[in-house]
Design a protein. Structure first.
Length: 284
């Protein structure tokens, strides 16, 4: 993927489901980027997922929620227990969260200028994105033995469509940013047949992550300042795009470590950060 001025012919679009497709992401599917659901190489070692132990964490799912909440307030549940409490409450509220997410999705399809524009551009490449293949599901987070919490707001799969993680969506604007991000991935896939897994190299993945973070609006100054507490005025936008692209590449099974993730993002940065297609410029 590059920012060359001459566009190659638009390819066929079998990868993104059309209205006649009945496939959709599984409710239990991982909500991270498409490559994370691909089979990892035999040499890849992933951190162990930590399960809840009430004796260790202080959180007992058999106890009423308000008792557990009171124990959190009084410091009788540790940070690991707070993580498991949060996931437990997400499971309890799954139906309500999905209904709210679908309402936000329908609003974005009808009223968001960015989402409507990207939908038209996807359709121009013979693809279709609608409520049948843009689905809201609960996405379980993972706590691993290295102390990291792995969660995501959504994901794109060429064979299924777009998954929005209903339990992670804070409000309508957050869903709009998340949906726009994944729609950029869909457009890139139809336009260039992206190597999501990185079997050849990770440059495709790095480029589409740079473009999605840049064009979706998730790195605009107000989002960084009010949501993430980043009040930096100089190079804030570039730093946000680079950081989020590195994090997404690092989640790929073919990525060895953060050094490789940073290296591959740097290799494609100049061409991909300047490539705003299908927009004329960074809109949000």
């Amino acid at each position: 993927m590059s920012s060359q001025s001459s566009d190659p012919p638009a390819p066929e679009a079998p990868g993104v489901p059309t209205q006649t497709s009945s496939s959709s992401p599984s409710p239990s599917a991982d909500s991270s980027s498409p490559s994370t659901s691909a089979p990892p190489s035999s040499s890849t070692q992933f951190p162990r997922i930590i399960e809840n132990d009430p004796a260790r964490t202080g959180f007992d799912p058999k106890t009423a929620w308000w008792i557990n909440y009171f124990k959190i307030l009084t410091g009788n549940i540790n940070k690991e227990g707070v993580f498991h409490y949060r996931e437990w409450r997400y499971r309890e509220h799954e139906a309500k969260d999905c209904t709210r997410c679908e309402q936000y999705r329908d609003w974005a399809f009808a009223h968001s200028p960015t989402v409507r524009f990207m939908r038209e551009k996807v359709e121009a490449l013979n693809g279709t994105l609608d409520k049948d293949n843009v689905v809201c599901r609960r996405c379980p987070a993972r706590l691993t033995d290295d102390g990291q919490v792995h969660r995501s707001s959504g994901g794109f799969s060429p064979g299924h469509g777009i998954l929005i993680c209903a339990n992670e969506i804070r409000d309508r604007n957050h869903l709009e940013d998340t949906l726009a991000h994944e729609m950029v991935h869909a457009w890139d896939h139809l336009r260039w047949k992206v190597d999501w897994v990185g079997d050849k190299d990770l440059k495709h993945a790095a480029c589409t992550e740079i473009r999605a973070a840049m064009l979706s609006g998730e790195c605009r100054w107000t989002r960084e300042a009010w949501t993430r507490g980043n009040w930096t005025l100089t190079q804030q936008f570039q730093d946000c795009v680079r950081k989020r692209a590195v994090q997404s590449v690092l989640a790929r099974p073919r990525c060895k470590d953060d050094v490789q993730a940073v290296k591959v993002v740097n290799q494609v940065w100049d061409s991909c950060f300047s490539d705003t297609r299908p927009f004329d410029e960074v809109y949000r």
